[in-house]
Design a protein around this ligand. Structure first.
Ligand code: PLP
Length: 367
């Protein structure tokens, strides 16, 4: 079977360094908020050119704690895309605010700035653009709208570590940004993890407080917080993967280029593109086709895994039925949810595996 991702190969490639890092942690006797987390936070902040990074238990918590630290909650609205992983909206609901959706761009699959503007009300507090599949959102226009209406911009960068926009790193483009280190993300650990990046030191301090039970002085609490920390073991693993992430992203881009070269003229497939001044890291490689079912079945029969991201838009999820959206509200996102499918994309794919995938996709032409 050729899988969408191959974490075993990835971790095998760095096994010795990781075992060394884990051994350091065992020997340190310090397993929560010790030197590895601190080192990871410093390295991530430096890489992105921001003043602060705060590591937390997962990407969803990164969003929840950021929203809460900004004081967003009941009575507030936050605008995001209906075409993303559920957590982007779930975090908004979790703090008691209302997710307001705006349709996406046909080409990049990211939230469309002109649609955002139509959704702004007096209750709107923030925009959460998602850099979907590793392609940066249209941040210049989003930031312009945010500035005009005095809104916060919180990047959901969970799928885009290492991507950039106008030569600036994703994670440094808004007021704050949230990353996930879930194993299948392009930068992942062997469990859950997340981090918030920002150049707002006051915000970073509030999040640090929230992640440890609302306390800055041990056993003295002036706020209800969370227990949401990244473990030292995960920080040790991530410090190793961080040294490889550029190389891994470059490998993804080479495989993407190869898919494009070989499948670019296949008329029944629409391949992902990269907007000008964007550096796409292809967390996922998703193709559009009117014949999704046939094609994914042919691939499966040839031992090739596919995935559907995302089969149901968030505004049509049962849990959001009370928000009163209906089919047809976001035609671009809805059409994509019927057509898009992911094919294997990861740094440890081999060219011969990729050739097998390509040959099945080419065969389907004219059927
Ligand atoms: C994975 C993901 C999240 C949530 O991250 P977890 O670490 O799984 O909690 C949020 N938003 C997007 C776009 C994601 O892909």
């Amino acid at each position: 079977m050729i899988n969408l991702v191959d974490l075993r190969r990835q971790f095998q490639s760095v096994k010795h360094e990781i075992l060394k890092g884990i051994d350091d942690v065992i020997e340190s006797g310090q397993y929560v908020l010790g030197s590895k987390v601190k080192e990871l936070e410093e390295k991530v902040a430096k890489r992105l050119g921001v003043s602060d990074a705060v590591a937390v238990a997962n990407g969803t918590d990164a969003l929840v704690l950021t929203l809460e630290a900004y004081g967003i909650g009941k009575g507030d609205e936050v605008i995001t895309t209906p075409f993303t992983f559920f957590a982007s909206a779930e975090a908004i609901s979790r703090v008691g605010a209302v997710p307001v959706f705006a349709d996406i761009n046909l080409v990049t699959y990211n939230i469309d700035p002109s649609e955002i503007e139509k959704k702004i009300t007096s209750a709107t507090k923030a925009i959460i653009p998602v850099h979907l599949f590793g392609h940066p959102a249209d941040m210049d226009n989003i930031n312009k709208i945010a500035k005009k209406h005095e809104l916060l911009v919180i990047e959901d960068a969970c799928q885009a570590f290492g991507a950039s926009y106008n030569n600036k790193k994703v994670g440094s483009l808004g007021d704050a940004a949230c990353f996930s280190f879930f194993p299948t993300k392009n930068l992942g650990t062997m469990g859950d993890g997340g981090i918030i990046t920002t150049s707002d030191g006051v915000l970073a301090d509030k999040i640090r407080k929230l992640r440890t039970h609302g306390t800055t002085k041990k056993y003295y609490h002036d706020q209800i917080g969370y227990n949401s920390r990244l473990d030292e073991m995960h920080a040790a693993i991530l410090l190793v993967n961080l040294t490889k992430i550029d190389e891994w992203n470059q490998a993804r881009r080479r495989f993407a280029q190869r898919y494009r070269q070989q499948l670019g003229n296949t008329s029944h497939l629409k391949l992902p593109t990269e907007a000008d001044d964007c550096y796409h890291i292809y967390h996922l490689f998703c193709i559009e086709s009117e014949h999704r079912e046939e094609i994914t079945e042919a691939l499966l029969n040839a031992g090739i895994q596919t995935g559907i991201y995302y089969p149901r838009c968030l505004h049509l999820q049962e849990v959001y039925s009370s928000l009163d959206y209906k089919e047809g509200d976001f035609p671009i996102a809805e059409a994509l949810s019927e057509k898009l499918f992911a094919i294997p994309m990861h740094p440890f794919l081999s060219e011969s595996e990729q050739d097998q995938i390509i040959s099945i996709l080419q065969q389907k032409e004219g059927n």
